[in-house]
Design a protein around this ligand. Structure first.
Ligand code: PGA
Length: 255
């Protein structure tokens, strides 16, 4: 179970799914289940659904997040959305550097670093994703990848600036594959990331930073994952679209 310094966070990542009507319906169910949640709850929804879901979540403790944003505040950047625009629309969080953004849209650690600055400046809570591919794991590069991605994303900030940051360890081979990391693999990677935080930014930041696990989290495996001392929550893709599964994940019981 996570340290009392870190409030568990269960965040749904809806990715590019659901109509506005379906979004409102799912958000209503999540809001209705919030009282029974075992920690903080968030849903990170497609840009177009933000206003609708913000309206449904008004007055509820469930936080709303975007799944990405651009680093500039405004201007001629066709197709992009700024951190300030997310905030204005009702978001309090933003996922940054998701492996799908990195792989399919060419995001680099430097991009994530610039986006992080914009998100922190806007006063949003960033969820910064890192994680190795299967090939990297099988060729013993996991630690180097995690070290490089974490250092690259968090570069140039003072420890105090980084206090709101949430990290998400998302092994790419576990995302959407049904192949979850074992609790021991997740714990090992989270401990490694916490050690990196300590090395770069000191003990206080390392001890206070929430590190979520993401990658095929389900109602069936959430409890054992959440029982690991350095797993402080979950970033949930597929199962966050299924009402019953997500409600069960929200109400995890760390064994
Ligand atoms: P998944 O996705 O739960 O469907 O594996 C997790 C994520 O991409 O954040």
């Amino acid at each position: 179970m996570t340290s009392p310094l870190r409030r568990p966070l269960i965040a749904g990542n809806w990715k590019m799914n659901l109509t506005l009507a379906q979004s409102a319906e799912l958000a209503r169910a999540v809001a209705a289940g919030a009282a029974a949640a075992s920690g903080e709850v968030a849903v990170c929804v497609p840009f177009t659904a933000i206003p609708v879901v913000a309206e449904v979540l008004r007055g509820s403790p469930v936080r709303l997040g975007g799944q990405d944003c651009y680093w500039e505040a405004q201007g001629a950047y066709t197709g992009e959305i700024s951190a300030g625009m997310l905030k204005d629309a009702g978001c309090r969080m933003a996922i940054l550097g998701h492996s799908e953004r990195r792989k399919l849209f060419g995001e680099t650690d430097e991009h994530v670093n610039r986006k992080l600055a914009a998100v922190l400046k806007a006063g949003l809570t960033p969820i910064v994703c890192v994680g190795e591919t299967l090939d990297e794991r099988e060729t013993q590069k996991t630690w180097r990848v995690l070290e490089t991605q974490a250092a690259g994303a968090l570069k140039g900030f003072a420890p105090a600036d980084l206090a709101p940051v949430v990290l998400a360890y998302e092994p790419v081979w576990a995302i959407g594959t049904g192949k979850t990391a074992t609790p021991a693999q997740a714990q090992e990677a989270h401990l490694f990331l916490r050690a990196q935080l300590k090395k770069l930014y000191g003990e206080a930041l390392a001890a206070g930073t929430r590190i979520l696990y993401g990658g095929s989290v389900t109602a069936d495996n959430v409890d054992v994952l959440m029982a690991q001392p350095d797993v402080d929550g979950a970033l949930v893709g597929g199962a966050s679209l299924k009402k019953d599964a997500f409600l069960r994940i929200m109400g995890f019981q760390a064994a």
